[in-house]
Design a protein. Sequence first.
Length: 149
Amino acid sequence: MNQIEIYTDGACKGNPGPGGWGVLMRSGTHQKELYGGEASTTNNRMELMAVIQALEALKRPCAVTLYLDSQYVLKGITEWLPGWKAKGWKTASKQPVKNAELWRRLDDLLLQGGHVVDWRWVRGHNGDPGNERADALANLGVNQALARR
């Protein structure tokens, strides 16, 4: 299995507002950067999209170390997801899960992609070079979304 490091981040100017996602991928000496954005979105949606876009970019099953600064995505994937699925995509308070279509997409990627993912939280805006680059890419995604308005 190929070993790959992935850093993801989302950004939003206003919440909701124009937003972007960014991905930095590293495997051996190879590096790839991805970014994109939406004209009207939320920060949590962009954090999720960054992870989704990163995993969709992988061509074969990989051993992934995925660094993210989003507690929402980290807790969603490592703690809340099984309960949401068991409750028919409802929260503990019986409310519909926000961003359920993105959570389903991410869940499908993890189930079908064959990847082994080691989820690692990093503090955002704290000098981690990979996180800082993912943040810069997410902001490029915001600018791209703004340019399309």
